[in-house]
Design a protein around this ligand. Sequence first.
Ligand code: TYD
Ligand code: MG
Length: 451
Amino acid sequence: MKIKLKRVFQCQNCGYASPKWIGKCPDCGAWNSFIEEVVEEEKKHTLNTMDKPQPLSLSSVELSVTDRISTGIGELDRVLGGGIVKGSLILIGGDPGIGKSTLLLQASSSIAKFGKVLYVSAEESLSQIKLRAERLKINLPDIFLLSETSVERIIECARQDDFAAIIIDSIQTVYTEDAVSAPGSVSQIRESATKFMHLAKTTAVPVFLIGHVTKEGAIAGPRVLEHLVDTVLYFEGDRGYAYRILRSVKNRFGPANEIGVFEMTGMGLEEVTNPSLLFLSEHANSSGSVVTATIEGTRAILTEIQALVTPSNFGMPRRNFIGVDYQRVNLLVAVLEKRGRLNLQGADIFINVVGGLKITEPAQDLAVVSAIVSSFRDTPLPEGVVVFGEIGLSGEVRAISQTEIRLREASRIGMKVAIIPKSNMERLKDTFRLRIKGVRSINELIEIISS
Ligand code: TYD
Ligand code: MG
């Protein structure tokens, strides 16, 4: 059969195709991301009359219990939703050097206790992997290494034996003969990932794909891969710090937005089972520093929000926020000016969430505002106070969800007082080992902080 080839320009960020080169992607907005690729013309599907598709009535479909295997790493298991689901395709993305290969090699060592693991490296030599394994003190006969870049050859090898898990390190460096473009391009990644998807589904072996993230924080062709795979995990962290956060952004078999916390040590990644203690370990009771409880996946984590409010030396005050939503905090500053009558116009405002966490939920509002007021007035909050709640445009404090999980974590860590929305306080069923103060408005909050 003659395959018709077609040349198109494809955005390497999102996979948008165009017949001619364009500077800015109309879909994802990336600049200078178009590369000419050769793709196959789509073949017309002809239905084979022998196997007509047969729909099944919903009530006759039987539920199969999803089989899971443990990775031996508690934090990784939780992020996956309770272990690896057989036959699933899992993408792990992250900056180069963040520890993706280390994490999966460590996971391999526990999976290898009850089955063979195939670790395919398309970017490192076998001796480089061996060196890492020595450092991690892993030496198991059931971890099989393969240094190979051809997808077809990897799949052939994977089908030869019964593996408990397959790891592809990385999806950007393998290539398939069925796509004509260079490795790492959108059509190669899409085509290769589809083949691994097929492998996972037909053999019921879980397949991990490691993907590098570009400077802009996206896996090359992220949208292309994200809808294809079952689970997407991102490994985040600042290389200046030892701790790493593994976050699930999509999971067909578990909760999304679950996080696992690790620490990179001289002997590999260690689990941090009590992240609140880690994030609060250097918390000092100075002005501008406030402890809040944020929900990450299924659990609450206590962390510290710091604000620094200083008189501005320039005409245009500086606003620099790390770890919180820029628009949201600007809105809160406006509410503080108008409803709280705080004169912040001539002030530089800096905000930082300790621990490299990114808080996106509105429940952080009350803590952000408390931190700004505390720094502005130069009055520290008393020790052992945790603050959370949402703030509306008229300065009212609004109810939030999952108050009880947050309060339970706060009392477990030893917090003494919780400042929360009044409406949440009235609805509490449990009793907690800390004093709870309900606030109705931003002015009530300012009064508490200033007194
Ligand atoms: P690696 O897993 O190779 O990162 P990735 O696959 O995401 O590119 O890990 C790289 C970094 O981790 C490297 O800078 C060395 C460091 N590291 C440790 O600090 N301790 C260890 O035990 C190991 C194996 C690596
Ligand atoms: Mg690597």
